[in-house]
Write a protein that binds this ligand. Structure first.
Ligand code: NAD
Length: 275
């Protein structure tokens, strides 16, 4: 599964225990150079929503350099087209090529029942998960195409992209959209030998999940352990998921071994039932 000589852009990879960080570290350990990207700011209107910050992102790039790979940290808002274009240019300037794009930035703001959700929180959540994936593909795919060597796009969707999620309708709708975008892009980019797939994690023990645990806990009057137990009860493999569980599959999709698989949305969820 070695990725020597390849260059990967991984969005949303700053946070400790995050899926993106696990993906960036795994691709680097397979030999890829990495442009590590994250939001690196906060949204004052949504103080509860937590985002990766620049110091954490620099830490990821520095850990990757310790593995002997090249890496730069780039601040980007994936919902801002100009910033995304600048990120794609930064990869070309630093590395001279791009082979792999991991659209992992995601999450949400607001939430709660649809009948109470504000249009602003809906738009921002769809923006982070779906529009961001579109913009990064729009600006990075031409760089991969220009290399003429083919490449890989791996989008982080969710099992919430395959089933309804009460209190998280915008997130669920956006992740369903990510899967639709993945399938459409796969049809468009096959001619350039670029595969496009989505991974659909289940309950991954990251800081993002902590936010969900708090929300469910306060609504249902449950403590953290009780909420975690309700998650684990749905998982035939009997444990909560790690970022590495997801990164293992992303590494396969990014490799030569994954070269004839495209347009798929793979469940990596310990057997949680989804269709
Ligand atoms: P995380 O919070 O560690 O990662 C999400 C990252 O996206 C953060 O670093 C955040 O700063 C970044 N981000 C958010 N908005 C951004 C923007 N506008 N521009 C750039 N970056 C932005 O949480 P995670 O659980 O590791 O989530 C990673 C991905 O996995 C997300 O797409 C999430 O939806 C998905 N996912 C998570 C779970 C889970 O249980 N944790 C399950 C299924 C899918």
């Amino acid at each position: 599964m070695r990725l020597e000589g390849k260059v990967a852009i991984v969005t949303g990879c700053a946070r400790e225990r995050g899926i993106g960080r696990a993906i960036a570290m795994r691709l680097a350990s397979e030999g890829a150079d990495i442009l590590a990207a994250d939001y690196c700011r906060s949204i004052p209107e949504y103080p509860d929503a937590k985002f990766g910050q620049m110091a954490e992102l620099e830490g990821v790039a520095s850990e990757i350099r310790k593995l002997g790979r090249r890496s730069i940290a780039v601040k980007v808002d994936v919902t801002d087209e100009a910033e995304v274009a600048t990120m794609a240019d930064a990869a070309m300037k630093e590395f001279g090529r791009v082979d792999i794009l991991c659209n992992n930035a995601g999450g949400g703001v607001g939430g709660g029942p649809v009948i109470q959700q504000t249009l602003d929180s809906w738009n921002r959540t769809v923006g982070i998960n779906l529009t961001g994936t579109f913009l990064c593909a729009k600006h990075v795919a031409p760089k991969i195409i220009a290399g003429g060597r083919g490449g890989r796009i791996v989008n982080t969707a969710s099992i919430a992209g395959k089933r309804g999620s009460p209190m998280m309708a915008a997130y669920s709708a956006a992740k369903h959209g990510v899967i639709g975008l993945t399938r459409s892009l796969a049809l468009e980019l096959g001619a350039f030998k670029i595969t496009v797939n989505a991974v659909c994690p289940g309950f991954v023990e990251t800081q993002l999940l902590e936010g969900l645990i708090n929300m469910i806990g306060s609504t249902g009057n449950l403590n953290r352990e009780q909420v975690l137990e309700t998650f684990v009860r749905q998982v035939p493999m009997g444990r909560i998921e790690t970022g590495e569980d997801v990164a293992n599959v992303v590494a396969f999709l990014a490799s030569e071994d994954g070269g004839y698989m495209t347009g798929q949305a793979l469940n990596i969820c310990g057997g949680v039932e989804v269709h």
